[in-house]
Ligand binder design. Structure first.
Ligand code: TPP
Ligand code: DXP
Ligand code: MG
Length: 621
């Protein structure tokens, strides 16, 4: 096995060229085998095998810096940079991350996972190196999906004026985002591929493209004679554009990269790859194989049978039902159609479905525009990705009190994707925005009712719900709404009242049983049910708040603020996620480690207030 002899890229660089193709075969097989055992991102990694080999072969990594956009395609890179043996721990607690992390390896030059940051980071590195007298290279590898984000264009715009910077941007164009790509950029890239532009071997290109590729370009150029061939958009941005070239052909990739390495100034290489390359099932359905769980490679992914509904499914069904009832509803996703449960909605309501690309900022302001015209937009967005659109939320939507509903999926810990994707901050960052309503679902049925409630509210409102399956609650297929701003008491106990938000209601009920505590499902973070808070404070010795979100500034803080405003002094304990990033692992186990299961909640309460029920010893210290 060639692969076993590669412990770092220096070993790779010692291999004779003819061994790189068999190495690529082994590497691809290893990726498939490994991901089928752990789960993880598959299609993108099968597509970057040759590109990864070529980059580490040509460039002097880690001194030369490779920045992988999103980073979900870095498994071949991890395997070649000393982590082959740890691939079996991928995305598991204490194992290696599914994304590049600076703390994990010196070859992971920049932490990624949220998309479209690579060009900015690589430009920073290139200019940083230059100002320190180093001529190391910085290389950003960005997908055609990630390229749709504004941030990528902000970086191109900035980079294109540095004539002598050692920056190479590689566009890894597989004509796919997670779902099929959307938008004008995608059409443009398709045109670049169509031959009209492919034919254009410009002067610089002629000196950079290796013989066979140049031959093809010349033939196409012949074919295109007489056409007026404009500069590519990337050239207009100040880059030297080369390509498109076949990103699975090492004989094109390696000499092209070697030639580019000798050029100064911002370089742009367009490579064409296939998502899922080499595994027929993934090639045929790269969407299904984008991020699978464990599966048998010889059988492929089997449809899952039955099981509890996921919150995402609850949202998807609600969206279709509400759209059928209200012709003003428009559904918006920033490139997360499958993950957000909108496949059915797109089929049923194609005219009211908007996939805006990886463009969260635009998604939110676009929703604001729709709302101005009397539409009722629903932005389906992962909690972690809404972070990208914070100003748009405040300035474009909330400030104008526009009627936009936010369906916040993946709120709280998400598990295998880890800290980059955790939705831990939305309660804190949303509740401080005037006009904004914030609701947290405690089960699937409540999720559906909350979505209807938020939708009927004439202003910005967010409903948060977690990744994965609910607790098995029966979902009433109505469009009924909940009483606005009102929580409910779910268990009557003594001494201690636990004020639980969203997913924490179930474990709080468990803790309530253990301690004979009252448990309230608060439902609303904003407007908070202040009357219920006051009532609970007056009838109990102490209060406990619990939420699946950061403690700082979160729902518990809202309760304390309400008590202070009402002049009520009451011992209070806030439980939630601590002030540190929580790495990948099983979400349930991680929550338990944070003390957010029934046993942990009960234990924290006993630690803080003592264990003598019914008159708990209140320890104010
Ligand atoms: C800011 C942000 N929004 C959404 C996502 C979710 N996401 C991860 S990969 C991906 C598609 C990326 O497409 P592309 O860059 O072409 O890479 P490919 O999957 O084709 O290899 C999306 C939308 C993300 N990681 N970051
Ligand atoms: C890399 C990325 O951002 C997505 O592929 C993400 O991992 C999807 O997460 P879900 O599996 O929760 O949809
Ligand atoms: Mg792509």
């Amino acid at each position: 096995m060639l692969l076993n002899s590669i412990n770092d890229p220096a070993d790779l660089r010692r291999l004779p060229r003819h061994q790189l193709k068999p190495l690529a075969e082994e590497l691809r097989g290893f990726v498939l085998d490994s991901v089928s055992k752990t789960g993880g991102h598959l299609s993108s990694n099968l597509g970057t095998v040759e590109l990864t080999i070529a980059l580490h072969y040509v460039f002097n990594t880690p001194d030369d810096r490779i920045v992988w956009d999103v980073g979900h395609q870095t498994y071949p890179h991890k395997i070649l940079t000393g982590r082959r043996d740890r691939m079996s721990t991928l995305r598991q607690q204490d194992g290696i991350s599914g994304f590049p992390r600076r703390v994990e390896s010196k070859y992971d030059t920049f932490g990624t996972a949220h998309s479209s940051t690579s060009i900015s980071a690589a430009l920073g590195m290139a200019l940083g190196a230059k100002s320190q007298g180093s001529d190391r290279h910085a290389i950003a590898v960005i997908g055609d999906g990630a390229m749709t984000a504004g941030m990528a264009f902000e970086a191109l715009n900035n980079a294109g004026v540095y004539d002598d910077v050692n920056l190479l941007v590689i566009l890894n164009d597989n004509d796919m985002s997670i779902s099929p790509p959307v938008g004008a950029l995608n059409r443009y890239l398709a045109r670049l591929m169509s031959g009209k532009f492919y034919a254009k071997a410009r002067d610089v290109g002629k000196s950079v493209l290796p013989g066979p590729v140049l031959e093809l370009a010349k033939r196409l150029e012949e074919h295109a004679k007489g056409m007026i061939v404009p500069a590519t958009m990337f050239e207009e941005f100040g880059f030297n554009y080369i390509g498109p070239i076949d990103g699975h052909d090492l004989d094109s990739l390696i000499p092209t990269l070697q030639n580019l390495k000798n050029l100064k100034g911002p370089q742009f290489l367009h490579v064409v790859t296939k998502k899922g390359q080499g595994y027929k099932l993934a090639e045929a359905d790269p969407v299904l194989y984008h991020g699978p769980g464990k599966f048998n490679p010889s059988e492929g992914i089997k449809p899952s049978s039955g099981g509890k509904l996921t919150y995402t499914q609850v949202f998807g069904e609600w969206l279709c039902d509400m759209a059928a009832a209200d012709g003003r509803l428009a559904g918006i996703t920033p490139a997360m159609r499958e993950g957000s449960g909108m496949v059915g909605f797109e089929k049923k309501f194609p005219d009211r479905y908007y996939d805006v690309g990886i463009a969260e900022q635009h998604a939110v302001t676009f929703a604001g525009g729709l709302a101005c015209e009397g539409m009722k937009p629903v932005v389906a967005i992962y909690s972690t990705f809404l972070q990208r659109a914070y100003d748009q939320l405040i300035h474009d939507v909330a400030l104008q009190n526009l009627d936009v509903t936010f369906a916040l999926d993946r709120a709280g810990l998400v598990g295998a994707d880890g800290a980059t994707h955790a939705g831990n901050y939305d309660l804190a960052f949303l509740r401080c925005i005037p006009n904004m309503a914030v609701l947290a679902a405690s089960d699937e049925d409540e999720c559906r009712k909350m979505l209807s409630t938020a939708y009927q509210y004439e202003g910005p409102a967010a409903v948060r719900y977690p990744r994965g399956a609910g607790i098995g609650a029966t979902v009433e297929k109505t469009l009924d709404v909940l009483p606005w701003g009102r929580g409910e008491i779910r268990r009557q106990g003594r001494s201690i009242a636990i004020l639980a938000f969203g997913t924490m209601v179930a474990p709080a009920l468990g803790a309530g049983e253990k301690l004979n505590a009252t448990v309230a499902n608060m439902r609303f973070i904003k407007p908070l049910d202040v009357e219920l808070v006051r009532q609970l404070a007056e009838s109990h010795d102490a209060l406990v708040t619990v939420e699946e979100g950061c403690i700082m500034g979160g729902a518990g803080a809202a309760v304390s603020e309400a008590l202070a405003a009402a002049g009520i002094a009451k011992p209070i304990l806030h439980l939630g996620l601590p002030d540190r990033f929580i790495d990948h692992g099983d979400a349930g186990q991680l929550l338990a480690q944070c003390g957010l299961d029934a046993a942990g909640i009960a234990e924290s309460i006993v630690q803080r207030f003592g264990k003598d029920e019914p008159r708990l010893v209140v320890n104010n210290g």
